[in-house]
Write a protein that binds this ligand. Structure first.
Ligand code: ZN
Length: 287
């Protein structure tokens, strides 16, 4: 099914659409088939009516098959208590250990991190989930990127967040990049990589010269963002407020280039998140 689309510029010749591969396609391509979605679907069938909010509450902020997520979050706190419980490797089905810890990220929220790595095949898996209840409002983050310190700010872009770079006329809907724990610079690189990958899949060799040069122009602009030739803005809008950009100062109030603002979710956003017919008392016990 179609996940969403990305329009790098208003130019219709440069419209890139993203399609999520089916599990079968992924397996054919040799990708590891992630079964965690299946589990989530099974769970939702068991949900009682009125507990829909719990679905949004259980959504992962980000997940990955490397130690990237845990490494990034360990910078904020070295948790005193790490719970470990037996699990099964999702790649080779051997017994492995799953470690879980809760950490509170300053100016953000409490997050639950679950990580496992398999001694047998080396497969790693980590996932970060929100620790609190579903917030009443969405969050819009704007960073004015001017120097290398801004590029190295930590970024948590959740599964539900969209990304906008007005200077590039670029807007990526939530599903395009999925959830990421990275830096501002890392996010830009990921945007370039994922557009390039899709671009290759979509046009292949049949790409005409005009489109090709438009594409190259766009990739050059992405590089320029990283080289800080001009100041630019990164905007992250998250209806579940599970995204974060680290302040470059000790106190958030002193950081003039970073703003967090709350916004009311639209009816459509609530509908998409399954929050419209939610009983608020259910949201409170969602975690
Ligand atoms: Zn394994």
């Amino acid at each position: 099914f179609m996940l969403d689309s990305c329009v790098p510029s208003p130019d219709p010749s440069l419209t890139v659409k993203f399609y999520e591969r089916t599990r079968e396609q992924q397996a054919t391509l040799g990708y590891l088939v992630d079964t965690s979605n299946e589990v989530a679907i099974t769970e939702s069938f068991e949900e009682r009516h009125g507990s829909v909010g719990a679905k949004a509450g259980r959504r992962a902020i980000a997940r990955g098959n490397s130690s990237e997520i845990t490494d990034a979050l360990f910078r904020y706190s070295a948790p005193e208590e790490v719970m470990a419980f037996p699990s099964t490797c999702s790649a080779c089905a051997a017994a492995c250990e799953c470690r879980m810890f809760v950490t509170n990220i300053p100016y953000f929220q409490e997050v639950i991190v679950m990580a496992s790595s398999c001694d047998g095949c080396g497969y790693r898996n980590s996932e970060v989930k929100p620790g609190g209840r579903i917030p009443a409002k969405g969050k819009r983050i704007t960073v004015q990127v001017e120097n290398s310190k801004d590029l190295s700010r930590d970024v948590i872009k959740s599964d539900s967040a969209s990304v906008k770079i007005p200077e590039l006329e670029l807007e990526l809907s939530a599903g395009t990049l999925g959830g990421l724990v990275t830096t501002v610079e890392g996010l830009i690189s990921k945007i370039g990589e994922s557009l390039e990958r899709v671009h290759g899949f979509t046009f292949g060799d049949s790409l005409d010269d005009a489109t090709k040069s438009k594409w190259n122009e766009f990739m050059t602009k992405i590089d320029k963002l990283k080289m800080l030739e001009e100041a630019w803005r990164l905007m992250i809008e998250d209806p579940l407020a599970n995204s974060f950009v680290a302040p470059a100062t000790d106190r958030l109030e002193d950081d003039a280039r970073l703003t967090f603002e709350e916004y009311e979710r639209s009816w459509e956003e609530n509908e998409e998140l399954g929050l419209n017919d939610m009983d608020t008392s259910a949201a409170d016990v969602a975690y």
